[in-house]
Write a protein that binds this ligand. Sequence first.
Ligand code: APR
Ligand code: PHB
Length: 388
Amino acid sequence: MRTQVAIVGAGPAGLMLGRLLEQAGVDAVIIERRSPDYVLGRIRAGVLEQGTMDLLDAAGVGRRMHAEGLIHGGIELAFDGDRLNINFEKLIGKHVMVYGQTEVTRDLMDARRDSGTISIYQAEDVTIHDVDGATPRITYRKHGVTHALTCDVIAGCDGFHGVCRASVPEQAVTTFERVYPFGWLGVLVDRPPVADELIYAHHARGFALCSMRSSTRSRYYVQVPSNERVENWSDDRFWDELRTRLNPATAESLEAGPSIEKSIAPLRSFVAEPLRFGSLFLAGDAAHIVPPTGAKGLNLAMSDVKALAEALIERFVEGSAAGVDSYSTKVLQRIWKAERFSWWMTSLLHTFPETGRFGRRIQRAEFDYLAGSQSAQGSLAENYVGLP
Ligand code: APR
Ligand code: PHB
């Protein structure tokens, strides 16, 4: 088989790239190691920036988001029970949309299926070849048979643990990484959210987040040490810990219930540079990871693929290599700004075993500064809703 763009990975990045290329008449095949159901079973974050909403609309897959998503004009921060509303609408006249990444993936998957373009799921041993040479191609195994897909360009949209970045010779890539000494224990529950806005709470026992998927389904998180095991957390233990970390009035109105999903995600900041190696281009989690505190992971993946799609369309439709040549430099600027913001939100809101009492006083001062400064709040707001 032959295609112009071979996309590895059918997460939101790979699916969106496929969609944008298909709209422009550029031929692309997606190769994914898991099954569609497995991909849809992963519970991920769910806050969309305006740029992501616009991209879903431009891709013709925004209908359900507008019907079912929840528009949020702000967030609440809390520090040892003291509350601070950050009102995006008032500060900068913008908002975000709460709509689960799983739903974005489903909408893109449905559109791809309806378009009849080719996606190969459950592909084993996906291997990339000759990205520096004249015949880039991908081989994979399906039902015991090995297949080859030749192409002009490979798009590595295969997440942090994917094969694409791992195939690049070590000396060709520089990585920047910070692994935090904690993770987030998350619970999904069919109960109404505790508050209208998302609540990001700092507490001496650790960070907590109250989020939601709809008016009847909530998502809650508590910070736990990196070596914590989900088996140690009964639902009761989770709800007790969450209530302890919230302000008393919020804790009082929290509706607990049986968890329908419970898992621990590690927190990491990571960037690989550059994002292009010959005919291989990285996008999304394959290229970078942010801790989820700033809700940037999905949005960053979407802004990468928007830029990559434009560059590839320029190359295949207009015959100009300018876009592909500047892709890496261009998107890394935005990536590092989102890395900075996600690191900053993480630093403000979590407890860090190594920084001690001094560190907590600095965090408190940061919170008090935010509470008293419209410019500081404006800075948070413009980063949270998404930089241009
Ligand atoms: N071969 C084929 N597919 C692979 C391989 C491989 N060797 N390795 C991984 N994949 C697939 C995964 O199964 C997954 O479906 O690549 C896909 C990558 O999808 P995501 O991990 O969702 O990454 P991305 O599309 O970049 O989306 C970024 O996901 O993790 C969140 O916070 C992140 O919200 C952000 C978003
Ligand atoms: C979520 O709803 O899962 C969520 C929301 C906001 C975040 C992270 C996760 O910052």
